[in-house]
Design a protein around this ligand. Sequence first.
Ligand code: NAP
Length: 485
Amino acid sequence: MAQVFMNYIGGDRVSCRSKQTFPDINPARTSEVIGEFQASAREDVEQACDAAVKAQPSWSAMPAPRRGEFLFKAAELLESRLEQISREMTREEGKTLPEARGEVKRAINIFRYFGGEGARSFSYQIPSERENVFCYTLRKPLGVVGLITPWNFPIAIPAWKMAPALVAGNTVVIKPASLAPLCAYRLAEAMHEVGIAPGVLNLVTGSGGCAGNALAEHPGIKAISFTGSCEVGNALYEKLARRKVRVQLEMGGKNPTIVLKDSDLEYAADVLVNGAFFSTGQKCTACSRAIIEKEIYDPLVEILIDKTRALKVGDGLDAGVQIGPAIDEKQLETDMKYIEIAKGEGAKLLTGGRRLAGGIYDQGYFVEPTIFGSVTPGMRIANEEVFGPVLGLMAANDFDEAMRLANSVRFGLSASIVTRDVTRIHQFANGIEAGLITVNLPTAGVEYQLPFGGTKESSFGMREQGPQALDFYTETRTVYLKYTQ
Ligand code: NAP
């Protein structure tokens, strides 16, 4: 019998009122249930929000450096459990163990970084036009914030929302993704063990349509930070805007890598393979479009196909495996559906394209890393997010055409260019419609100390991570103080 994990509400581990649970399943071995989680309903979410409302005044009254100390201590605890949590992540999400270790380490770094923000400048002082008047700003927490997170970065995303929210003096209710809730549970557990006061952090598991929706509708919530699909994010925005609840949406992408003709082709192929296929293409920042100058199209494609065919797909816990499974049957079906759509639209299947079968593959949701050539701008495979290991290749006559193609989609999350041409690099950085811009690097791979977020349909609201993360979780007050009468 799998372990049953409780909600964490008001400092206690509690079951949901209905006592119903749902399973957290290993996508590489679908007979393995990692744990049973609470199938929470509106009443459970209300209980968590009420606990957060109650805890907020004393938490926000605590000096910010002391709030930060909880994050430092939790980081220590998480570090001592790095291997355990990494293995759990691989089992619940499917990414490879080295990728999972990197993500857990990132969550630890995020906790340390925002722990330090407690003792750094939260506000500023500005000279007044008037004599003997001293002007400064104060940052105030918003109150209770709701966090709704996806499965693909099951510890980093909860950490990068939770840590700035807490250090700024807010109390939190988090609803993690149902497909990978254990990692977020481990964060809450660490905060509990380092003595965070009851109600400051609350975790409620359950379906988005029920628990997530109830969180967004709770009148005590002052802000929602959401990462996930455009469909859910846009619906949340419509609902929240009516009540003027502050909202931050991080959503999908159709991220391009432009490769110019001066590039080292081996290097460019590595950038593409990494960006398109690592983490099974299930990163919001994954590269799904390669736009290649026509002079190097054929030789680059040849190298790219060889490198892609050499990738080892399997259970992420097994040594040497580079690509894990799709997260669940639905995502696997989406991958296969888009492969069929691309074929039907006339894109040329260059490698991959099949669900893997036989041996371990029969136990999970494994798809071959797939490349399509001859992709044209009107095709759905060039415009819609697949969220799987599927890369479309497009040839461009020159840099200007490559830029037009890159910017021709509704998304604008990340984008990269591979070139040594310094003029083109600057033109790219200035002209590309993306929030995360990389040069001679894959489209994916962000660091916690810099702002993160996209443009166009990919994102809405303020940036996450880095110093700007605190903007979302605080409200600025302005003080004019005359020190004479
Ligand atoms: P999703 O289906 O939108 O789910 C995201 C979260 O929203 C989950 O916790 C989900 O709960 C919850 N949810 C679902 N319906 C809801 C509703 N009606 N009200 C409130 N909450 C609701 O997305 P996903 O499949 O987990 O993640 C994949 C997507 O996330 C991709 O589009 C990817 O590009 C995007 N993503 C973006 C970023 C970024 O920073 N831009 C980062 C990572 C992922 P359940 O799990 O219970 O359904």
